[in-house]
Ligand binder design. Structure first.
Ligand SMILES: [Zn+2]
Length: 169
């Protein structure tokens, strides 16, 4: 069957967009149906890649945050920015730190709630190791916890080893 060329969904987005995974109207599927991955971050930023729209040719940087708040974050890229990524693995700073990526959920009021907050102990430990002066209120904000919950989880993260938290990693 010959495919009919349709206007892409990506052209309806602002320069920065938050898109929930498994959106009830299938918005994420529509957007990503025309986006083709061009590069992914070679380093520690496993959530980060860059794609080009096969419909309109627009380049996007995408952070796929599927561990905490289950959102895609898309930032429109200029041709020059995409060139830097492809040729030099040099990425705009917006999505390079996992803490900054997680924060985009609460910043834009698109967050997940967890039944068992202990499931997040390993991510809390990861954030503390990345930035040892991260505060209880910052952790509370990132994960949408009370400060009490955040404090408990940080204490738990401090006493548990990586072997206990991620035995199969
Ligand atoms: Zn497009």
């Amino acid at each position: 069957m010959e495919s009919v060329k349709q206007p892409c969904e990506c052209s309806t987005l602002d320069d920065f967009a938050v898109v929930g995974m498994g959106d009830s109207e299938g918005r994420d599927q529509k957007i990503f149906s025309t986006l083709v991955e061009v590069a992914n971050h070679d380093g520690i930023a496993w959530w980060l890649y860059a794609s080009r729209c096969s419909g309109c040719g627009q380049d996007w940087m995408v952070a796929q945050e599927e561990r905490i708040h289950d959102n895609f974050y898309l930032k429109r890229l200029s041709f020059a920015e995409m060139k830097m990524i492809v040729e030099q693995d040099a990425w705009p700073p917006d999505f390079l730190r996992f803490e900054d990526v997680i924060r985009l959920g609460p910043d834009h009021k698109q967050v997940a709630r967890f039944l068992d907050i202990n499931d997040l102990t390993d991510t809390v430990k990861e954030l503390i190791e990345a930035r040892s002066d991260i505060s209880v209120s910052e952790i509370a904000y990132l994960f949408v916890f009370s400060e009490n919950e955040a404090k408990k989880l940080m204490d738990r993260a401090a006493v548990m080893s990586w072997k206990q938290l991620r035995p199969f990693a």
